[in-house]
Ligand binder design. Structure first.
Ligand SMILES: [Zn+2]
Length: 284
């Protein structure tokens, strides 16, 4: 029971290992903001997963007979131990409170059916952590284009979901992941990371600062590469998505959002009744 609930240093080591592995699988650098890996994979931090296992085990204890050692121990610890003690069942109570569930005694007296219990705790744990991760992600400017709807549902991000048969499409994924997590090394980023006296001016055109928007949409020198691709984008935007305004006339933020992670706008369009206004107001 004690092994099931690591805390402090061992838990921290597990967290570090999990984050490092997920970043490696996604070909993202270690400096990539942590919330991004949870949002992209739809995987919860180790701590949350351990909580699910711990609470599942607690439910097994609830279903045992009153004569079983575990249940006797539960009754005893919950009655005798003080709130400050480090007893296993009091820790369970703390977890139950964290996830807005009832006190341990309630479930010991009236055990919930296993399948129902798993749904209940998974939803509670998912709700708590996805809210926390989304709030954290909002603190990172580099993650402003990353949509987080999939995390709330515990699913893989749409960027990674559609397996393409085209090798070219697949080879684009790592670049897209870097652009969307703010880890693509642009000249303006270089200053933040290395704090050197680096010039933020774009080396290709030498006219403006090399921001994400400049690199993807605005740099004049890249226009020849961009034209062909943007024509294709506009065809999809107007013909398949039934938009009357040309892609070219949308404001830069909407264009960037569509190119980097359209899920954010599409979800908005689907669920927000004011979606029509959102789109028309973004046209200049
Ligand atoms: Zn440029």
């Amino acid at each position: 029971m004690e092994l099931l609930t690591p805390s402090g240093k061992p838990l921290e080591q597990l967290e570090i290992f999990q984050k490092r592995m997920l970043k490696q699988i996604l070909s993202l650098p270690t400096r990539c903001p942590d919330p991004a890996v949870y949002i992209l994979t739809g995987i919860l931090p180790i701590e949350a997963q351990i909580h699910i296992k711990t609470l599942t085990f607690f439910n097994n204890v609830c279903h045992q007979s009153e004569e079983s050692t575990e249940k006797k121990l539960a009754r005893r610890q919950l009655t005798v131990c003080s709130e400050a003690s480090n007893s296993w069942f009091l820790n369970i109570n703390k977890l139950l409170r964290l996830y807005d569930l009832n006190e341990a005694n309630t479930y010991l007296a009236n055990p919930i059916k296993k399948t129902q219990w798993i749904t209940l705790i998974k939803n509670a744990v998912m709700k708590y952590w996805s809210t926390k991760i989304v709030q954290m992600s909002e603190l990172y400017l580099g993650l402003k284009y990353l949509s987080n709807q999939n995390l709330i549902k515990g699913k893989l991000h749409s960027i990674l979901k559609h397996k393409s048969h085209s090798a070219l499409d697949n080879s684009r994924i790592p670049t897209r992941l870097r652009l969307i997590t703010g880890t693509y090394v642009l000249k303006t980023k270089r200053i933040q990371f290395y704090r050197e006296k680096t010039d933020p001016t774009c080396l290709i055109c030498g006219l403006q600062e090399e921001t994400l928007e400049h690199f993807v949409m605005q740099c004049e020198k890249l226009q020849s590469v961009r034209t062909v691709i943007l024509k294709e984008v506009n065809d999809i935007w107007q013909n398949e998505m039934n938009n009357t305004t040309r892609f070219h006339y949308l404001n830069i933020t909407t264009q960037m959002q569509m190119l980097l992670d359209s899920a954010k706008l599409i979800n908005l369009n689907k669920y927000n009744s004011a979606s029509a206004e959102t789109f028309s107001s973004s046209c200049t």
